[in-house]
Design a protein. Structure first.
Length: 412
């Protein structure tokens, strides 16, 4: 009970002492609030980049999860015909029933040469189910022509880079040459129905899409290489993968998430995390420098007061606790103000959005927002609070080490 009353007294005195120098306190609170708000805005911007980049990859290329024969993701690009899923229809139906999965679809992967009868271009291709892929591909933008439909048996979608290299427009005729089993070659003629663009310039420069039936005819096989899953929420990816690991492994299949399939995304996230870590450190140092000066001046102006406290029976640790409490309350109030300001600014900025130029490796711009992730807001708050507490430790230690007689002379 005594301990609780002592804590209450410390809080009461600390809060009252905060406003003895109102201008100085206001400046200190402002420094903390600006630092916290800056962390929320910069962190929210980085989080939005992560989310938008991830959704662009998922909804234009990989889907949320892919399931294939073991070894396909490591070696399948060289000889996809060796990694055919035998009972794709049954597997697709069972995967679609897993909690969190919205839809499942199949793909046939291949590589070959696309010709406009004048020039040949190496391409990577996919045989797809047009209706399901259209629902998944919300970040696949048709720049010319239209989407592939179920009726387009011999229609072809080409990436913007492919169309530029071969000077293709919707309605043009092309020939696709691929290698099938036992080294034989096969060709089919297609009509360009559309030109697409995704977030990745590299992907658009090589990718084509044809109907599943045409791909199987071209490859002389009824099999498929990949089962693609679309989830209700991207955040459910790891949870769904855990549910799939055992049943897929028992059938000789392996499961990859969209993160596993896109190493560039992981590298980008790691880069931004390092950059944001440096920014957090810089803002922490700014808060420390701004707060330590104010607390230091405040503490040494009150040396006589602290000497009197010790003379009437308070110990040096009580004085230390009082100074640190004042710093903690200042940090708490400043961080709270910074959180409120950061949230309001984030909502205001996000309302209009931030037009962004195409990032490296892309020719597609986007509209950024400030995403209020709880982890970013909490991190910013505790950096503001922790910075103020750390800034108060050194002045508190220095004041308590002043001899009592010297401290009392300051009040004369």
């Amino acid at each position: 009970m005594v301990r609780e009353s002592k804590v209450a007294l410390l809080l009461k005195l600390g809060f009252r002492n905060m406003f003895r120098q109102r201008v100085r306190t206001a400046v200190t609170l402002g420094a903390i609030a600006v630092g916290v708000a800056s962390l929320i805005l910069s962190g929210g911007f980085v989080q939005d980049v992560f989310v938008q980049f991830a959704e662009a990859i998922i909804h234009s290329q990989s889907g949320h999860i892919q399931v294939a024969k073991t070894g396909f993701f490591a070696k399948g690009s060289q000889s996809p015909e060796r990694f055919i899923i035998a009972d794709a229809a049954s597997d697709t139906k069972s995967l679609a029933s897993v909690p969190g999965v919205v839809d499942s679809m199949v793909r046939v992967n291949f590589s070959g040469l696309l010709s406009n009868r004048r020039t040949d271009l190496p391409v990577i291709g996919e045989g797809i189910e047009p209706l399901k892929e259209s629902a998944l591909g919300t970040y696949l933008f048709i720049r010319e022509g239209r989407q592939l439909s179920e009726a387009d048996r011999y229609g072809i979608l080409v990436g913007q880079g492919v169309a530029h290299a071969l000077k293709l427009r919707p309605g043009d005729q092309v020939t696709l040459l691929v290698s099938v089993a036992q080294g034989a070659m096969n060709t089919l003629d297609f009509q360009v129905v559309g030109v697409f663009q995704t977030f990745s310039q590299e992907y658009d420069s090589r990718a084509i899409k044809i109907s599943l039936g045409a791909a199987q005819e071209l490859l002389a096989s009824n099999g498929v290489n990949v089962l693609v899953l679309a989830l209700r929420q991207t955040a459910d990816t790891d949870k769904v993968v855990e549910l799939l690991q055992a049943p897929t492994a028992s059938k000789g299949l392996e499961t990859k998430t969209w993160r596993d399939l896109n190493q560039f995304y992981q590298g980008t996230v790691a880069f931004y995390d390092r950059e944001f870590g440096v920014l957090r450190l810089i803002i922490l140092v700014m808060v420390l420098l701004g707060v330590v000066n104010a607390i230091n001046m405040n503490a040494f102006e009150r040396v006589g007061e602290f000497g009197t406290m010790r003379a009437v029976g308070n110990r040096a640790r009580d004085v230390f606790a009082l100074i640190v409490t004042e710093g903690a309350l200042t940090g708490l109030l400043g961080a709270a103000l910074g959180v409120v300001a950061g949230i309001l600014l984030a909502q205001g900025i996000s309302y209009g959005g931030i037009p962004m130029p195409p990032p490296p490796g892309s020719n597609l711009g986007y509209t950024a927002q400030i995403r209020l992730a709880p982890s970013v807001v909490a991190s910013a708050f505790f950096i503001g609070l922790g910075g103020a507490i750390l800034a108060s430790l050194l002045p508190a230690l220095r004041v308590t080490r002043i001899p009592l007689a010297e401290a009392l002379r300051q009040s004369i």
